[in-house]
Design a binder for this molecule. Structure first.
Ligand SMILES: *Cc1c(COP(=O)(O)O)cnc(C)c1O
Length: 480
């Protein structure tokens, strides 16, 4: 028997006939089903996790997270050897707890932060300041002061005005801040395409395009651009040590072409700084955004492929420009944390909604939703799901998993084939939720935020406690 595709299903979605059809690339490597058909995460049955910690529950596989962190470091180190070294900065905003920061640091990664709060968590984890970066397009004086006092590895400056602020703060403290400049190379990449443009219309970074009306010079096409002004200022101002250039061109990128193009542009700019100012900046950061599989339609490449393509592009551009290969850094976030995480929900109300004449869609409401996973609402993101607490074989039906919030857009999984038997009390597992779910979670409708539990070799450990109503009320001054 083969199930005919549902008329409302997207083309990429394959019909399913058994809960045993696990799409391996969506789940942590240590996911399995027991002989009875129950899903296990890190060796622990989901029913046990749900009973111990409640649902919704973020479960993260420590071994999977660590293996991905190691995988990026090893792949990029190997691809650029013996010419230069690579630092991998884990982009903490994807998923940051003190444990996660320690896992990344223990696997040899540095940590990128994007606010005082992320910096505080990373420091609380015991990560050495020299291994931390600070991003942000609107850093406060307090954030800059703290970063300079700590002597963190790098502040990634995002504007000309920020450089004077770093300089003033560092000078006052009698320190020198290591600074990188975030440039917008005119390459936007997302999924399978990239767009190359001369102009930039976004809040991040410093453009390479001269501002109209500024002085031009044939030898230096960048003169008068915010990026060039920032370089001159960073080189000429006290308290600032300019260590290199940075770019981050997008997210959920599968093809290396956009990264290659951006690397070429930054290397051209690096060579121009050398020629005009006689300074060879030692570092180049190529950002993050490496794509992961959220659904079966996504086909991410192994980090080795991206690393080799990028290393080839960097070597070629440096040869062409006649400069030596800088020290390289990258900033993966979702590609480390995303596939390591699975969210468990308990199914509640189900409804068959007639969408067109004779065509119905099954709605399954769960005990969480947009407060624990904002990505479907924010980005129209697609996810997948499986019935996790038992095995069911036979025709699956097109279903939509929705949350319990007061928004009709509160969708968790837009389209998925699930057994028609899914009913109240069943556990549903939504994979690839390790990144940008916990970190984007909210208290909308005053739902308490879920716990985060790490699993490893049959052991579970709470990383973040489930929020309680007491914790929510503690911020309300009308509560005695
Ligand atoms: C968010 C971010 C990253 C990580 O992006 P992912 O898509 O999670 O890999 C890296 N660098 C910067 C500057 C970022 O803002």
């Amino acid at each position: 028997m083969t199930t005919a595709p549902h008329p409302l299903a997207p083309e990429w979605l394959a019909a399913r006939e058994s809960t045993d059809d696990l799409e391996a690339k969506l789940f942590p490597a240590d996911t399995a089903r027991t002989t009875e058909g129950e899903l296990t995460l890190g060796g622990i049955p989901v029913s046990e996790l749900a009973a111990s910690y409640g649902t919704p529950l973020y479960v993260v596989s420590e071994n999977d997270f660590r293996a991905r962190a190691r995988g990026f470091r090893e792949a990029f180190t190997a691809a650029f050897a013996p010419d230069t070294e690579v630092d991998v900065f884990y982009a903490g905003k994807a998923f940051l707890t003190t444990h996660a920061a320690r896992w990344a640091a223990e696997e040899g990664l540095n940590i990128d932060t994007a606010s005082g709060g992320e910096l505080a968590i990373t420091l609380a984890a015991g990560v050495e300041p020299a291994r931390i970066g600070l991003h942000g397009n609107n850093k406060s004086d307090a954030e800059i002061t703290r970063a300079v006092e700590l002597g963190i590895g790098r502040i990634i400056a995002d504007s000309v005005d920020e450089i004077s602020r770093i300089s003033a703060i560092a000078s006052q403290l009698g320190r020198t801040a290591k600074v990188m400049l975030r440039l917008t190379p005119g390459v936007y990449a997302s999924t399978h395409e990239y767009i190359a443009t001369a102009h930039e219309d976004q809040k991040f970074g410093l453009s390479l395009t001269p501002v109209p009306g500024t002085q031009t010079e044939a030898a230096n096409p960048y003169l008068g651009s915010p990026a060039w002004t920032a370089v001159e200022q960073a080189l000429d101002t006290p308290g600032v040590e300019l260590i290199g250039l940075h770019c981050h061109i997008g997210s959920q990128i599968f093809e290396p072409a956009g990264f290659e193009l951006a690397a070429g542009k930054l290397i051209g700019f690096l060579a121009r700084i050398g020629a005009s100012r006689g300074v060879v900046l030692p570092e180049l950061d190529l950002g993050g955004g490496h794509g992961i599989a959220y659904t079966e339609a996504d086909h991410p490449r192994p980090p080795e492929d991206i690393a080799q393509a990028l290393a080839a592009a960097v070597r070629e551009a440096c040869t062409e420009q006649g400069i030596s290969i800088p020290r390289i850094s990258i900033e993966p976030g979702r590609s480390i944390a995303g596939p390591a995480g699975v969210t468990l929900y308990t199914a509640g109300t189900t409804k068959d909604v007639v969408v067109q004449d004779g065509i119905t869609r099954r709605y399954i409401a769960v005990d969480g939703g947009m407060a624990d996973n904002a990505r479907p609402v924010l980005y129209d993101a697609d996810y997948s799901a499986v019935l996790a607490d038992r095995r069911v074989t036979g025709e699956h039906i097109l279903s939509r998993i929705v949350g319990k919030h007061c928004e009709s857009g509160d969708i968790v999984v837009r389209n998925v084939y699930l057994p028609p038997a899914v009913t109240r009390g069943d556990i549903l597992a939504v994979p690839a939720t390790g990144a940008y779910c916990h970190s984007l979670s909210s208290n909308y409708n005053y739902l308490t935020r879920p716990a985060v539990v790490a699993v490893r070799d049959g052991q579970a450990q709470v990383l973040i406690r489930r929020e309680t109503e007491e914790m929510m009320l503690a911020r309300d001054t009308g509560y005695p």
